[in-house]
Ligand binder design. Structure first.
Ligand SMILES: NC(=O)c1ccc[n+]([C@@H]2O[C@H](COP(=O)([O-])OP(=O)(O)OC[C@H]3O[C@@H](n4cnc5c(N)ncnc54)[C@H](OP(=O)(O)O)[C@@H]3O)[C@@H](O)[C@H]2O)c1
Length: 240
């Protein structure tokens, strides 16, 4: 997909990966619809929409506004996510609900409600940021893994459903990246940077954002793209 003049909606636009991607897309002459829970600074170059993606009413309010303000959307990139890294004893049911709301329900509702706009474009695409945690079971991450397994199932199923029509779907099964992502037993960004300096495998957000742009532009893009910074040692699981 050529990016010039494309209308692109991005959730998680203020997060580690999202913000870096936005800074690269700014150079591609695109029209950016930036979605985040809060924005401290806004400029006139982009359209900003504050939305708590854990809240269904707010999502429906957002999609209503987008339908009123835009005639078509070429690209929807679902980046927003939360990672609750806790044992089942430590995690709360509220954290389970919030994890599913932000990581699975929000991308589903956004895709469903924005379909009419995505179908006005002759070449549209939905990119969902999945995770190695959507493929590999991990202790103390049952909440997060459950949501990313669900996102993987949803995205790959929709890719089948839309094989012969727009929009197309793409799942990025992503490995560890240097951002503050994750709460509970997750490392802080500073701890990740230190671990990286000692040899632990991490992507930088710049590497991931550049790769995302390369993937979006690729005419022969696969439905699932696996990006791991090192050898995760997955036993019998094979990359698609
Ligand atoms: N970092 C990694 O190692 C890694 C690896 C694999 C996959 N991923 C995936 O990559 C995506 C982005 O993560 P990141 O690393 O960039 O993490 P991040 O820096 O923590 O960014 C997360 C983004 O999601 C937004 N978000 C969270 N809850 C929200 C809500 N209720 N409503 C609206 N927005 C919300 C955040 O906005 P606020 O700051 O305003 O809450 C932020 O913009 C996630 O889907 C994650 O699962 C990350």
């Amino acid at each position: 997909m050529e990016l010039k003049n494309k209308v692109i909606a991005i959730t998680g636009a203020k997060g580690g990966i999202g913000e870096t991607l936005v800074s690269l897309l700014e150079k591609e002459k695109t029209e950016l619809i930036l979605i985040n829970k809060k924005f401290e600074k806004e400029n006139k170059r982009h359209k900003y929409f504050e939305c708590d993606l854990a809240n269904r009413k707010e999502i429906l309010n957002l999609t209503k506004k987008l339908k009123e303000n835009f005639t078509s959307i070429d690209l929807l990139i679902n980046i927003a996510g939360i990672g609750v890294y806790k044992s089942i004893e430590e995690a709360t049911i509220a954290e389970w609900d919030e994890s599913f709301s932000v990581n699975v329900t929000a991308p589903f509702i956004l895709t469903k409600e924005l379909l009419p706009l995505l179908q006005k474009s002759s070449d549209s695409l939905v990119v969902n940021i999945g995770s190695g945690a959507g493929v590999i079971p991990m202790k103390n991450r049952s909440l997060y893994c459950s949501t990313k397994f669900a996102m993987r199932g949803m995205t790959l199923s929709l890719a089948e459903e839309f094989k012969d029509r727009n929009p197309k779907f793409c799942l990025i099964t992503l490995g560890s990246t240097l951002t503050p992502f994750g709460i509970g037993k997750a490392l802080t960004l500073e701890e990740k940077v230190k671990a990286h300096q000692k040899g632990a495998a991490y992507f930088t957000t710049e590497w991931v954002a550049n790769k995302l742009i390369e993937i979006i532009k690729d005419k022969n893009r696969k439905t699932e793209i696996v990006l791991y910074p090192g050898d995760y040692g997955f036993g019998t699981w094979k990359k698609p």
